[in-house]
Design a protein around this ligand. Structure first.
Ligand SMILES: Cc1cc2nc3c(=O)[nH]c(=O)nc-3n(C[C@H](O)[C@H](O)[C@H](O)COP(=O)(O)OP(=O)(O)OC[C@H]3O[C@@H](n4cnc5c(N)ncnc54)[C@H](O)[C@@H]3O)c2cc1C
Length: 297
């Protein structure tokens, strides 16, 4: 029973920097030469520091930089600022009405206290395989805008994650999340299995499907917590495209997800269970998304 003792360890001393512009943040980050990390809501970072998993010499807070907290439609895309909290995502009408699976991820996301502090940028940049918001964003074809000393670049969220806790950031700040507006007749869904509502998930699944005349015109299936990163199940998608949205087809598609996942056994679940239940979760999520497409939700 030494877990609480470890978790409540004091933080090692560090320098706190609070730049007021993105240029200043990049310059401070550069000056620390890899020994500083960015701080958003701190819900992940401070826990990691208490556990001594990381011991940065400096924290560069993004909190004093204005204009990083927004959700706005802009032509054919939705733009989300990195400092937008999970609570704001949950309360957003545009997200609830047009990006429903992203709204759904907020329901089982920790506690109200955490949701008020945790940001979407932090959720993506932590790059945990069990993070809630990336799976639906990946099914929607989201991109992230990264700003660094050499300028800015857009990276598909699908290409952003490179391993457990690893990503494409290179002394850069995630400055915006860009999400294409959904196609006509598109339905989305997100489902997760957890031990309790405030715990991180055992398995997650997000689906985005376009259904025309009873057939699957397009589908994206993404799973979390079942590999070293969040994964897209391409074989399962191929098994659906052009097919009628029938139970047998959905069942066959769901069976193919095992080709894309490599779950581990940990405190939350066993690998075998995760493997089996992934198929069930994918089946349910496809059905729910397809029903929403039919209802044009
Ligand atoms: C009790 C508890 C329950 C939780 N439950 C869930 C859950 O159900 N689902 C879930 O997904 N997560 C959960 N989390 C994890 C955490 O709350 C989320 O990952 C949260 O979104 C992280 O955001 P943050 O703003 O707190 O990030 P921080 O902790 O501030 O940062 C996380 C990481 O991202 C980097 N970072 C942050 N912003 C940027 C940026 N703009 N550009 C570049 N790098 C950046 C930081 O340097 C750090 O490495 C839980 C955490 C706790 C403590």
């Amino acid at each position: 029973m030494n877990a609480p003792e470890v978790i409540t360890r004091r933080l090692k001393p560090f320098t706190y920097c609070a730049p007021t512009s993105m240029d200043e943040a990049l310059s401070v980050l550069g000056n620390w030469n890899g020994k500083a990390v960015l701080l958003a809501g701190g819900t992940d970072l401070v826990s990691m520091m208490k556990l001594r998993k990381i011991a940065p010499e400096a924290l560069v807070s993004l909190k004093k930089i204005e204009g990083l907290d927004y959700i706005r439609k802009d032509g054919a895309v939705l733009r989300i600022g990195p400092m937008t909290t999970i609570a704001s995502i949950q309360e957003s009408n545009v997200i609830r009405e047009e990006f429903f699976s992203l709204h759904e991820t907020t329901k089982g996301f920790a506690t109200p206290q955490i949701r008020n502090m945790a940001t979407i940028g932090g959720n993506i940049c932590r790059s945990s395989p069990c993070a809630n918001t990336p799976p639906p964003l990946m099914t929607m074809g989201a991109e992230v805008k990264l700003i660094g000393p050499d300028g800015e670049r857009l990276v598909k969220l699908e290409d952003f994650f490179t391993g457990a806790g690893e990503n494409a950031l290179d002394q850069e700040v995630l400055a915006e999340i860009v999400v294409p507006l959904p196609m006509d007749r598109c339905g989305t869904a997100f489902m997760e299995l957890t031990r309790n509502s405030s715990d991180v998930s055992k398995v997650t699944c997000a689906v985005s499907v376009v259904v025309r005349e009873g057939k699957c015109d397009d589908i994206k299936i993404v799973l979390g917590s079942v590999a070293d990163r969040i994964v897209r199940a391409g074989e399962a998608e191929s098994a659906m495209i052009g097919q009628k949205m029938e139970d047998q087809v959905i069942e066959q598609s769901a069976g193919k997800v095992v080709q894309h996942i490599a779950p581990i056994t940990d405190a939350r679940s066993e690998a075998e269970y995760r493997m089996e239940v992934s198929k069930v979760l994918v089946r349910r999520t496809i059905r729910t998304a397809a029903k929403r497409a039919a209802d044009n939700l």
